[in-house]
Design a protein around this ligand. Structure first.
Ligand code: NAP
Length: 315
């Protein structure tokens, strides 16, 4: 495993990290086995949230990570009434503090490594988060020693060009952001990632496989082609060759689609690539990608040429 600096936090984080959004309650044994295999392989960064799996993700991590205080946990407070892009903002400082206290209790820790405002999705709600007490509550938790570092994550489904982070990062008040970069949503590579570098903000990449389902996303040739068809239907890509060709992705061989996708993210100037999987076997496949330079220039250039024009996330 290789490690990268997480911006101004100065933490050294494994370049592949683990997204614990799913799996804790559906199959604890599998979740436990996957996380233990990840730690065994040197992975030292796990992303979770109070809202994942109704708190079960944090609760399970609390059990599994007993004795692993060196594993960095990032958790989040969601100031909205749901995960939906049109959810109502309902963030309050009291709710944020309660949520952080609950996270500490479920994670069985006396300090949160990283606390993010979760899925900030409009400029108006960013403004409310910053000015109605939530941001101040985060700072207070940090001053009290209950949180080490603070930040926000975006909602890329509703913000494919990262307008929220473009506004938030230059304020200089955040240590870490979570953002989407993948082969089919590359917009942050030339905008947000350089901004983060300029402000020394740590970058945790989410959805490196485009939050794939089995049907659509960067998990298999068929699912990747289906995602491209959905982009064509949405008017984001031309309805013509090479996008309509069955061998569109064959230039990525010998890598599988998930391997090439993770390699594409690791080839960018980001701190860590956070992928979610509920399977130790798929985790093992995902960990084979840690070998710089990850992808050769010809494949990188072809991925940029084909998909860098896409401005919105389609799943
Ligand atoms: N706004 C936010 O803050 C936000 C939003 C989204 C995600 N996140 C975080 O980012 C993490 C990563 O994002 P994500 O999990 O949504 O999306 P992702 O990592 O892009 O994709 C996860 C999907 O890919 C599948 N998968 C993983 N490795 C595979 C492989 N080698 N072969 C085939 N399929 C594979 C997983 O299925 P299996 O589980 O069946 O293996 C799962 O369905 C999340 O877990 C979460 O921690 C944060």
């Amino acid at each position: 495993m290789l490690y990268r600096r997480l911006g101004r936090t100065d933490l050294q984080v494994s370049e592949v990290s683990y997204g614990a959004a799913r799996g804790a309650s559906s199959d604890f044994a599998q979740f436990d086995a996957t996380i233990k295999a990840a730690i065994e392989a040197g992975l030292n960064f796990i992303d979770t949230a109070e809202s994942y799996d109704g708190g079960e993700s944090e609760r399970a991590l609390g059990k599994i990570l007993r004795g692993h205080d060196d594993v960095i946990i990032e958790t989040k407070y969601r100031p909205y009434d749901s995960h939906s892009p049109d959810a109502n903002y309902d963030g309050t400082p009291d709710a944020l503090v309660r949520s952080a206290e609950e996270s500490l209790r479920r994670l069985q820790r006396d300090r949160l490594d990283i606390l993010l405002g979760h899925g900030i999705r409009t400029l108006e709600s960013l403004d409310r988060f910053m000015n109605d007490g939530c941001y101040d509550a985060m700072v207070k938790l940090r001053d009290q020693g209950k949180v080490r570092f603070i930040g926000i994550s975006e909602l890329s489904e509703g913000d494919g060009t990262h307008e929220i982070l473009k506004q938030a990062v230059p304020t200089g008040v955040f240590d870490v952001v979570m953002l989407t970069i993948n082969m089919l949503l590359q917009t942050a590579i030339d905008s947000t990632a350089p901004l983060c570098r300029q402000h020394d903000v740590g970058t945790v990449v989410m959805m490196p496989l485009n939050q794939a389902s089995k049907e659509s996303g960067l998990v298999s040739m068929e699912a990747a082609l289906e995602c491209v068809r959905r982009h064509i239907a949405a008017g984001n890509l031309p309805d013509a060759s090479p996008y309509t060709d069955a061998d569109l992705f064959s230039f990525l061989a010998p890598y599988s689609i998930p391997q090439a996708s993770l390699r594409f993210v690791l080839a960018q100037d980001v701190s860590t690539c956070c992928a979610g999987t509920r399977s130790p076997q798929r985790l093992a496949e995902n960990l084979t990608v840690v070998d710089p330079p990850y992808l050769d220039d010809a494949r990188l250039a072809r991925i940029r040429e084909l998909f860098s024009g896409i401005q919105s996330q389609v799943r």
